[in-house]
Every structure is written in C-alpha cells, then in structure tokens.
Design a protein around this ligand. Sequence first.
Ligand code: ADP
Length: 201
Amino acid sequence: MTTPSARLLIVGPQGSGKGTQGARIAAALGIPAISTGDMFRAAIAGKTPLGLQVQEVIDAGDLVPDELTSAVVRERLSETDAAGGFLLDGYPRNLGQVSDLDAFLTDRDEELTSVIELSVPRDESIARLTLRAQQQGRTDDTEEIIANRLRIYERETAPILDVYRERNIVDAIDGVGTLDDITSRVISALQARGLSADAVR
Ligand code: ADP
C-alpha cells in the first residue's frame, strides 16, 4: 500500500517552536522541511541577488512582498524532492499567499493534507525569543523588531487559519511541553488524517 503524500503547513507565532517541530516532523515523514525564513537568511548570507533584495525588509521585521516570496516557494516546491510531499514553515503568511499557494497546488492537482497550528501563550513565546536572541544573534531578534513581527502575525497571519479551518484541515496542537511530547502530539494528529503509522514515527 502506498502512503499518501503529506503536504503540510506549520503555522504559529514567533517563538512557538514551529521551525524546530517542522524539521522533526518532516524528518519523521521523509519529506523536506521548507522554511521561507531560512531560505531568505541563506540568500542574505550568500549575498545573492535575492538576499540583497530582501535584507532590509527582513531586518525591519516586515514581510517580503508576496510576488517575490511566492515565486521563491513555487520554485522550491518544483524541485524533485518535494514531489512526494513537503512541510512548509513560514508560508503562507497572509491571505494573498494563501491564494498563490492554492493556485499552484490546483495546477498540479494537489491539495494540502494538514495545517498544523502550534499554540503557545504569549509570555512563553517571548521568553523563547529572548533566549534565541542571546544564543543565535539573529538581526531581527531585537525587542522592537520582535514586537513588529508579532503584530504582523496577529494582523496578517492568524486570519489564514480561518480559511483553512473552513476546509477542516487544521490540527490545533498545544505547543507547551517537551520537544518529544509536542512532536508526538503532531504525529498523532497526522495519523488521524491517514498518514500511515510506518511512515510516521
Ligand atoms: P519568524 O517566524 O520568527 O518571524 P521566519 O524565519 O519565519 O521567522 O521569518 C523571518 C523573516 O523572513 C520574516 O520576518 C519576514 O521578513 C521574512 N519572511 C519569511 N517568510 C515570509 C513570507 N511567507 N512572506 C513574507 N516574508 C517572509
């Protein structure tokens, strides 16, 4: 029996742990974890044309324009390793990007399997971000820029969950606990959506 392809999104506010959990879940399923934030940071580090174009916006904690972001994602999803499934982290981030992704998937006769919504209380996410700022020194992890990113999350990103809720594909996961606990919660939710147990460990 073939395992259905897992086409997943992971959505949560800054500091919810979506990058960490996204990577663990993708590894368990054997699909690539695709983080737009990581792709942009790699482009900035490599001083590529894309990196030079997005650096200022990212340093301010604002969103890269949809047209550019969606083009980067389409190109990445068209690579062969994403043919059997993928986990997107950090995209879509507003309603325009939801439409862009829908159009791309419809063209390929594909649809999303699950949208993992990772929830953590605000205090906890701010504590995690402060720790990350000390450990990683990300240029957009200053107090003021974090506040801007959280505002944009509430205003632009949280509403995308309403769209996906209407489609009954949102799995709401409590993001407080040990890393393993949270991964197990996500995996149970994915199993309930028919992703087979041997593909998911
Ligand atoms: P965080 O979720 O902590 O803000 P990310 O690594 O997901 O971190 O994103 C870092 C930055 O990259 C964002 O603040 C934004 O500037 C840019 N970015 C990432 N994904 C998108 C996207 N889908 N649309 C627009 N900008 C994005």
